[in-house]
Design a protein around this ligand. Structure first.
Ligand SMILES: *[C@@H]1O[C@H](CO)[C@@H](O)[C@H](O)[C@H]1NC(C)=O
Ligand SMILES: *[C@@H]1O[C@H](CO)[C@@H](O)[C@H](O)[C@H]1NC(C)=O
Ligand SMILES: *[C@@H]1O[C@H](CO)[C@@H](O)[C@H](O)[C@H]1NC(C)=O
Ligand SMILES: *[C@@H]1O[C@H](CO)[C@@H](O)[C@H](O)[C@H]1NC(C)=O
Ligand SMILES: *[C@@H]1O[C@H](CO)[C@@H](O)[C@H](O)[C@H]1NC(C)=O
Ligand SMILES: *[C@@H]1O[C@H](CO)[C@@H](O)[C@H](O)[C@H]1NC(C)=O
Length: 774
């Protein structure tokens, strides 16, 4: 079923929502040795068979007997029954002591059996029960513990390839620990199937041993239940436990504490059919969800492959991808029976059926060209002003997922090949993301090629790997049990109906457009700027009848009495002009502290109020207000907008009159995103209190906002940190106090220069006035 191709095509599923395809190019001296890799194409016949086998469980295939005890019936046994137990291709029963009872699992209390350890009697009694009641109903019989996880679909596939009419004894073979040698009374070459990872008996095996169970129980040589079962099977069924190297991987046992509680993205988890031991039921559910996620990815991958097949087959009939959706196989038999938007829509054939190729993007103009970013020790990106930065954790994890999956596929039939390819390191990678199709990657990998049959050898090789990840579409899930969740927006609806499947992303929207926003503004001096602020506030909030409140915390500094008086007068004038609008102020005479100022503003609010911390330099419009309401959700979510900060207008030869905020054309010479400012934020008062508020003992314009942001990140709240193009910080010059310490002074001057103008303009300025800088 393998087809030889020039390029090796590997089809792999990747991080959720993405599906990966890769083209591996052989281009070195190792070609001859590696060209067998060329055969490693996607096994289409396999998938076809998968599809033909009806997913409904054949209920006469397998009977699973799980040994448990009364104290685990409602914990471990329940977890087994609610996870993989549900998918048993046949029946699952739980066996426990005589007095055990359960409302959660189908339980068989075995007469005259207790929960003592070792459970030899329980094990044999269970097998006898399975035999006496079900021997003619099932082909296979599995003895499991209650701390075992089984991937039932894989197990079914494995057993289907074995003739159940013969005597089989399948599991991970053991010969006892070295210190037990001789104590188990095993003959040379005698083994047993280890109990932990599960033991499988064919119908024939069970038939042969059950009449002799009493005999076996009377001749116990050790306290190990599995050893004794093995001895009994050997003696009366004449078979040993399957000897095969892979059984260690397939029937997987790992006693390490974090084997199934830490990261599940592990080779041993991906390769196993049974996993043992999972003592904590929570880990059982967790593992089950993970495996289900893997399966979903696998299905996505298959869907993509099928869409591609359809698309390429239909091209022989002259059907273009664009008209696939309306085409018919024969008259009145549409290829896509359900229209887009329907629950059973099969997905966009144009998107999902586009073939994998590094040239899938058809560039028409230079502007369309999708640039690559380089990932080496750091990330080098054209997207960022910063030419070189740390590789973020999501990118790192994505890369290691891809590498792991590529290696899994490359080694999937390593045994037939007699070779194994080991991953050593990723030397560098290129990647680019197309928002419609998905991501492309070029990986430069250092590998170790190990041939262990014929001419044995180990050779380091370097390979280029081309990987393509295809988007499968998005779906949106509405959280109906949450009052604050609405999605009415036409845009969202459009997305909803366009894509019929895939990921579920919970959306949290705050729908209340009349929620009052409480502006809290600390003010000390700065009368000219305050005039502008009031003008903006008047235009945006008062004249538009927005539901807002303005709370000003006004500092009185004896050295700036005139400024204070002007500010106070303006407040009073505005109050008189708009007697209905809620505008309040509080005069504070102590030394300025932003944290304390905001606290005073807070004190004027009710517990359930929505607060917006703002500075006098900021201008805004109604869209910013919308975003504040949308992104701040009581008890759930806090909004920390990133404001756009304008450079000095003087430096740019622009008029300084920013008194009225006009729609800005953001560009990199006008200003920059203030990534390190956290002072502008919106939050509900009760949530602010829960988080412990600001540290009010910090004086001046301080780090209180950074500290608060850090504690918010560590909390259970969801943080929305995003640019807001309509929150704009207008330039004002900084005064650097000459009395500052050298380091602090330099920092201040640095900041001063940074906000003056773009690198481009500062450079031109310098070149022009170079002679003055000598
Ligand atoms: C699977 O097989 C069962 C029993 O033969 C049948 O009732 C069911 O419709 C089949 N399901 C599918 C999806 O073919
Ligand atoms: C189910 O298993 C039984 C027992 O081996 C077998 O005879 C039957 O053909 C199977 N049925 C299906 C639909 O696979
Ligand atoms: C057992 O699990 C630990 C922890 O995840 C892992 O480091 C180790 O490699 C595993 N052992 C085997 C033999 O797979
Ligand atoms: C918001 O909720 C109101 C009722 O509370 C409803 O009439 C309105 O359509 C909703 N708006 C949006 C955008 O969801
Ligand atoms: C601003 O105007 C001055 C004088 O006309 C000129 O020399 C300077 O280059 C201008 N600066 C910018 C950034 O355009
Ligand atoms: C608040 O800030 C002061 C001064 O920086 C510091 O000494 C104190 O430990 C902080 N308090 C808390 C609760 O973090």
């Amino acid at each position: 079923m393998a087809r030889k191709r020039k390029f090796l095509k590997l089809f792999i599923g990747a991080i959720i929502g993405l599906v990966v395809t890769s083209l591996l190019k052989n281009n070195s001296k190792m070609r001859d040795n590696l060209c067998s890799l060329d055969y490693e194409v996607y096994d289409a016949a396999d998938t076809v068979n998968d599809r033909l086998t009806n997913d409904t469980v054949n209920d006469s295939f397998l009977l699973v007997g799980v040994m448990t005890a009364q104290k685990y019936v409602n914990t471990r046994a329940k977890a087994v029954y609610e996870t993989w137990g549900k998918n048993t291709p046949g029946k699952i029963l739980f066996f426990s002591s005589e007095n055990s009872r359960s409302d959660h699992v189908p339980l068989v209390p075995l007469p005259k059996i207790d929960d003592n350890y070792p459970p030899q009697k329980k094990s044999f009694a269970m097998l006898k029960y399975m035999h006496d009641n079900y021997i003619d109903d099932y082909e296979w019989f599995l003895r499991a513990d209650d701390d075992l996880y089984i991937r039932t679909d894989r197990l079914q596939k494995l057993l289907q390839s074995v003739d159940s009419n013969k005597a089989w004894f399948i599991g991970q073979a053991g010969r006892g620990k070295p210190q037990e040698m001789g104590l188990l009374a095993l003959q040379k070459n005698e083994n047993y199937c280890m109990g932990g990872p599960g033991i499988i008996l064919s119908r024939e095996t069970l038939k042969r041993i059950v009449p002799h169970i009493d005999d076996c129980l009377q001749h116990l040589y050790s306290t190990h239940e599995d050893v004794e079962l093995g001895r009994c099977v050997k003696k009366f069924a004449g078979v040993s436990c399957t000897w095969a190297y892979e059984m260690q991987t397939i029937f997987y046992h790992n006693q390490t504490n974090d084997a199934f509680s830490g990261s599940l993205k592990q080779k041993y988890i991906h390769n196993a059919i049974t996993m043992h031991p999972i003592k904590d039921p929570q880990n059982m559910y967790r593992l089950h969800n993970y495996i289900k996620g893997q399966k979903i990815q696998h299905n996505y991958q298959e869907a993509i492959t099928l869409h591609r097949d359809i698309s390429s087959s239909m091209s022989y009939f002259g059907v273009e991808p664009g008209s696939l959706i309306n085409s018919e196989l024969i008259e009145d038999l549409p290829l896509y029976p359900e229209p887009p938007g329907s629950e059973y829509f099969l997905g966009d054939p144009e998107l999902l059926g586009s073939p994998n190729s590094l040239n899938r993007f058809n560039y028409k103009t230079i502007a369309d060209v999708l640039e690559w970013e380089l990932i080496a020790k750091s990330l080098y990106s054209y997207k960022d002003f910063n030419p070189k930065k740390r590789i973020g954790s999501s990118l790192k994890e994505g890369l290691s997922d891809i590498v792991r999956e590529v290696m899994e596929i490359t080694n999937s039939n390593a045994n037939q090949r007699g070779r194994m390819i080991e991953f050593k390191e990723l030397l560098y990678a290129y990647w680019r993301l197309d928002p419609v199709h998905g991501a492309d990657l070029i990986l430069d990998m250092s590998l170790l090629y190990k041939k262990y049959t014929g001419n044995k050898m180990t050779v380091p090789v370097r390979r280029h790997l081309y990987v393509q990840q295809t988007f499968t579409g998005i779906s949106i899930k509405e959280l109906s049990n949450d009052e604050s969740v609405i999605q009415e927006d036409n845009f969202v609806k459009g997305v909803f109906s366009k894509i019929g499947q895939s990921l579920q992303i919970p959306l949290i929207f705050n729908n209340n457009s009349r929620e009052i926003i409480n502006f809290i503004l600390p003010l000390s001096g700065r009368f000219e700027t305050f005039k502008r602020f009031i003008k903006v506030y008047e235009n945006v909030c008062i004249n538009e009848e927005e539901s807002t409140r303005l709370l000003i915390v006004l500092y009185k500094d004896d050295n700036e009495l005139e400024e204070f008086n002007n500010n106070l007068n303006l407040i009073k004038l505005t109050q008189e002009k708009y007697p209905k609008h809620e505008l309040y102020y509080k005069i504070v005479t102590e030394a300025f502290s932003r944290g304390r100022a905001l606290q005073y503003g807070l004190d004027m609010c009710q517990n359930e109020d929505l607060l917006f911390f703002i500075d006098v330099d900021i201008v805004f419009n109604r869209l910013s207000l919308q975003r504040i309401r949308l992104n701040t959700v009581k008890h759930k979510q806090i909004y920390f907008p990133i404001v756009y900060s304008l450079y000095s207008p003087k430096f740019l030869n622009e008029s300084e009159d920013n008194s009225v905020f006009v729609e800005l054309n953001l560009d990199n010479r006008k200003g920059f995103w203030r990534q390190f400012g956290f002072g502008i934020a919106s939050i509900f008062k009760c949530d602010f209190v829960t988080l412990g508020g600001f540290n009010t003992s910090i004086a001046g314009w301080g780090v209180e906002d950074v500290i608060f942001f850090e504690s918010a990140i560590k909390s259970d709240f969801k943080i929305i940190r995003s640019v807001d193009p309509h929150l704009v910080h207008i330039y004002h010059s900084i005064k650097c106090d000459n009395n500052l310490e050298e380091a602090q002074k330099n920092m201040c001057i640095g900041t001063k220069a940074n906000i003056l103008g773009s690198l481009y303009d500062v450079q031109n300025f310098y070149l022009k006035y170079k002679h003055l800088f000598s």
